[in-house]
Design a protein around this ligand. Structure first.
Ligand SMILES: [Zn+2]
Length: 236
């Protein structure tokens, strides 16, 4: 169903929505924008109400800002369960991963699901270990797919009237590259995705380099889904 007026009418979350251009520049999987954006939703107990908001990094990373804000603002009964979902433009760095684990260990009735548009400095061993530690502590981490882009557009973006279905249609290929690399991280394999920047030409090169260990360990359907006939792609 297409909305005639966009998300304006009767939408209490309007002031907390981000603009379409912000969504595009922050969440485009091909862009390496330095700043990070977090779209999040919180659900308490069996309530159907969902609290949604957005945050950007300040002097702190967005994850730390979320934790500090949550602790400062929320006075809740620890026995009530709490489900949190994050849509992050960059995956957490190792320091944020540590802060998230500490936060969750203090709130045992809390679950956290994280969707990320891109993997932050994914060649860094500490960052890779940080993500593994998060997953091992019960956090779900996935790369955003088309359905998450659609969901975020409808629920977090101040899209123009009649453009409810006009979320940025990035090729699933870009998401698959990151999904493959996330598999490598989870399975403690060496990186298979290398991203380099050519500043002079404003180019970003995404190169997929698969070794025997990748072919032997990563489920074949995941390898096939990336379309390995195209192992190297240049964006702009
Ligand atoms: Zn961080």
């Amino acid at each position: 169903m297409t909305s005639e007026k966009g998300p304006l009418t009767g939408d209490a979350t309007l002031r907390r929505r981000i603009e379409p251009w912000e969504f595009d520049v922050f969440f485009d999987p091909r862009e390496l924008r330095k700043e990070a954006c977090l779209l999040y939703e919180i659900k308490w107990g069996t309530s159907h109400k969902i609290w949604r908001n957005s945050s950007k990094n300040t002097t702190n990373h967005v994850e730390v800002n979320f934790i500090e804000k949550f602790i400062a603002e929320r006075h809740f009964c620890p026995s009530i369960s709490c489900s949190i979902t994050w849509f992050l433009s960059w995956s957490p760095c190792w320091e944020c991963s540590k802060a998230i684990r500490e936060f969750l260990s203090q709130h045992p009735n809390m679950t956290l699901v994280i969707y990320v548009a891109r993997l932050f400095q994914h060649m860094d061993q500490q960052n890779r270990q940080g993500l593994r530690d998060l997953i091992n502590s019960g956090v779900t981490i996935q790369i955003m797919t088309v359905s998450e882009y659609c969901y975020c557009w409808r629920n977090f973006v101040n899209y123009p009237p009649r453009e409810e279905t006009h979320w940025p249609k990035y090729q699933p290929f870009w998401m698959m590259l990151y999904a493959l690399e996330l598999h490598c991280i989870i399975l403690s394999l060496p990186p298979c995705l290398k991203i380099s920047r050519r500043r002079q030409k404003q180019l970003t090169l995404f190169r997929l380099t698969l070794q025997n260990c990748h072919y032997q360990t990563i489920p074949p359907h995941i390898l096939l889904a990336t379309g390995l006939i195209q192992p190297s792609v240049t964006w702009r």
